[in-house]
Design a protein around this ligand. Sequence first.
Ligand code: ADP
Ligand code: MG
Ligand code: MG
Length: 898
Amino acid sequence: KNRVYRFGNKIADGSSKMRNLLGGKGANLAEMSAIGIPVPPGFTITTEVCTEYNLLGRDAVVDLIKDEVEDAITTIESLMAAKFGDKDNPLLVSVRSGARVSMPGMMDTVLNLGMNDEVVLGLAKKTNNEQFAWDSYRRFIQMYGGVVLGMKPESKDDIDPFEEIMEHLKEKRGIQLDTEFTIQDLKDLVYDFKDAVKKRTGHDFPTNPWEQLWGAIMAVFNSWNGDRAVYYRNMHGYPADWGTAVNVQAMVYGNMGNNSGTGVCFTRDAGTGENKFNGEYLINAQGEDVVAGVRTPQQITKIGSERWAELAKIDEVERIANYPSLEELMPDIFDELNGYQQILENHYRDMQDMEFTIQDGKLWILQTRNGKRTGAAMVKIAMDLLKEGLITEQEALLQIEPNKLDELLHPVFDPSALKRANVIAQGLPASPGAATGKIVFFADEASKYKSSILVRIETSPEDLEGMNIAKGILTARGGMTSHAAVVARGMGKCCISGAGALKINYKTRTLKVGDHEYHEGDWISLNGSTGNIIEGKVATVEPELSGEFGELMALSDKYAIMKVRTNADTPKDARIARNFGADGIGLTRTEHMFFELDRIKAMREMILADTLKERKQALEDLLPMQRADFEGIFEAMEGKSVTIRLLDPPLHEFVPHQLATQKELAAQMHIPLQAVKNKVAELEEFNPMLGHRGCRLGNTYPEITEMQTRAIIEAALNLKERGVICKPEIMVPLIGTVKEFLYQEEIIRNTAKAIFKERNDSIAYLVGTMIEIPRAALMADRIAEHADFFSFGTNDLTQMTFGYSRDDASKFLPVYIDKGILQVDPFEVLDQEGVGQLIKVGTERGRSTKPNLKVGICGEHGGEPSSVEFCYRTGMDYVSCSPYRVPIARLVSAQAAI
Ligand code: ADP
Ligand code: MG
Ligand code: MG
C-alpha cells in the first residue's frame, strides 16, 4: 500500500475525494494541482501512518516510509531544480499537518526546513538576497524550536522565548517591526536563538536537514495527541483514530522583499455571507504573519479598503485604510488571484478560504478549504449558491450544519437599548452577535464568571478552551483573518478584533481606553456586527427569523418526512416553538406548573393530606389552575396535537426541606410542625428515580390522574365551545407492565366519559404511554394492544439502560469520556448501539400489533442531530425537542430523508 502521495506541476497521486486518507489540506493540494492551480510541489504522508506511529513508534514508522519519502523528495528536487540540504542550490520545504477536518491552528507548521549555517549562505547567494536568507533562517529556528523542540513560554504571563529575544533587540535598536531588522540583526538573532535552544534543551540545534525533516514529521504526528488538538477533537466529537496527515511541500517565499507577500482570502464574506471576494495580505511576510496579528494586514480588494475607511474611527483601522489594497498595489496578481478564487469556488461549489503567497511577483496558492463561517453566513451562502444554480436543493440542505443554526436563534441587542449605549471604542466586526459579560484577561479564567468577555492583545491556539467558554472575544490586535476572528466565526461566537484603542495590561489586569480604566470583572458588551465596544450591560431581544432563514426552513419542510414537535410546559414556550415551526407538542410536563408560587401550596396540601377526603379537596383547588394552563397551551397550539404527561416526579420533590418553610406550611395548614416533618421523612427515598414516581403515583393515588384528566378534557371542551380545535393526547409515564397502563387508562377513559356526560359534549382524545423503562420496550407488542401511541422517553430510558443516575453521572462521566470508555455523554447524544436497540425493538413490536401506532421521542435527544437522524431511520412519526431546537430538528429531518 502507498503511504506517500505526491502533488505538483499539474499532476497528483491523490484527489479531494481522499480527504480521510490525505487530510483536508493534502487532498485539496492534490486536487488543486490536478486542475492546474499553481501549487508548490510536495507530498502527503497519509493519516494511516499517524495511526501506525501511535501503535509502533518512531523507528518502525521511519522504516516503513523512508524509501517513499526519499523518492518523493527527489521528485520535488527535480521540479524545483534545487536540492534538499545542498549548500549551493538548496531546496527548503515546509512541514504541515492536516487532519480530515480543518482544525484551525491545531497542528503546528514548520517553514523553511532544510536550513543550516551553510545552506543560509547558499540561499543568500542563489537569490542574491542576504536579508531574505537570514530572515528565513531565524524564522526556521523559531518555528522548529517551538514546535519540535518544545521551546514554548514557560508560564502564561511569559512571552515566547524567541519573541522575547526579538523584543529585546527591537528595543535596543529602537525599531518596531520585524521587517526593520538589518542583516546583522538577523545574524545576531540566529546566533542568540541557537544559544537559547542549547541552554534550554541541552542539545545543539540540529543541522542535518534529514534529521530536521524526520523531527518535524514526528512532531506533527505528536501534535495530534497534544492538549489543544485533543480538546478540539473532544469538543466536536472527532475520534482519536482519525489521525493527521503530514504535508511536505517546497517553500515559496513571501519574505523576499517588496515584490513578495502572503495573505488569506475568502470567496465570500465569512461573517455575513455576502458574495464579496475579500481577504487580507502583508507585503514582505511569510506564513502566519497575517493571522498572528504581528503587523496589521492590508485589504485584498479595493471595496474592502473603502469599507474599512468607513469604519476608520480608530487608529488601527485608519492605518488599514491608508495602506493600499492588493487590487491597487499589484493589479495583475490580484486579477490572477481573483480568477483562481472563482475557479475554486465553482469547483468545490462552496465558499472557499484560501492561502496564497507571492514570491517575487509570482503567485502561488498554498491551501483551499471550505471556509468557516457564522451561522448567518452559512444560511445565506447555501441559499445564494442554490439561487446561482451552483448547487441543488438537496445539496443546499446538506450543506447546512444543523447545530450552527443555533446561533441565529439567539437574542440580539435590543435596538432601543443600543441607542442609549455608551460606545467606548470600535474594532473590526470579526464575528457577529451580541455578547455581554464581565472582563477576563486570561483564557483559563473565562469560567470565573457566569458570563465573561475574554479580552486579549491577541489570542493563540492555547486560548481555545477559554474562547469557547467566554460569551465574546475582544482583541486589541489582529485583522479579520486573525486567529481570534477565524476561531470565533467557527464557534459562532461574537468577536471584535484589532481594537487598537485598547491598552491592555495583563499584569495589572486592566483595560484602558482613553483615560478610562476598566478592571477584571467589569461588565462590557460587544456588538460583533458593528465592532462597537460598549460599556456595561446591554439588554437583548429575540431575533427575527425571516429572509434566507425562512427560505431554508421552507425547503426543509419540502423534504422532511418525520415531523417535529416541541416540549413545552407553558403557553409562552408553545408560542415560541410554533414560531419556529413546531408541529404540535410532544411533551408537556404538568409538574412544572406546580412549582409556581401559589400552586406549590395547594400541591403541598395535597401531598400532606392524611385522608382521601383531604386529598380530594386539595386536588379540587388545583383543578382550575391546571385547566387554565392547558387552555393556554391548547390555544397556542391550535389545530395541532398536544401531548400531556401525567404527574411524573417523586412527591418528595414538592415538599419543603428547610425548617423555616416547614414551619410556614404547618401554620398555613393548621397542623403541628412535627406532622410536616414526619411526612417529609416518610417521603424520603433511597433511590427516588427508581422510587414512587411516574404512573406509580397515579396507580396509588388514582384521584391525581382523575383530576389531571378532568383538567385536560374540560380545557379541551372549553376551547371547542369557543371554536378552537384541539387534539389532546394524554400520556402515562414510566410504565413497565401492561397492567400499570391498563389501570391508568381505565381511570382516564372513565373520567372523560363522565365529563362528556356532564357537559353533554365530547371530543376526540388519545391515551398513550411513554416507553422509558427497558421492560416496557420489550413488552411493547402487548402494550400496543391498548395504547394509542408511544413516546420514547430517552432520558429515563438511557438512565435505566445504562444504570447511570442522571443526577449523579457528572461524577464519573467526564472521566469516562476522558479515558475513552465512552465517546460521548449518552444523555446528550443517543446511544444508538445500546439504548437504540430498545427503541427499535419497542417500535417494531408495538407496530406488530398496531401497524399504525404513532411513535415519537421526547427527551433531550429529540433536538440532537445524530439522534434525530436515528429516529428517522427507526421510522418514528415525530421527534419532540425544546423550542429553540425545533428549526435544527426540522433541518435534520429533511437531511435524513434526502
Ligand atoms: P494551518 O493549518 O495552521 O493554516 P499551514 O500548514 O496552512 O497551517 O501553514 C501555516 C502557514 O504557512 C500558512 O500561512 C501557509 O500558507 C504557510 N505555508 C505553508 N507551507 C508553505 C510553503 N511551502 N511555502 C510558503 N508558505 C507556506
Ligand atoms: Mg493553513
Ligand atoms: Mg421520564
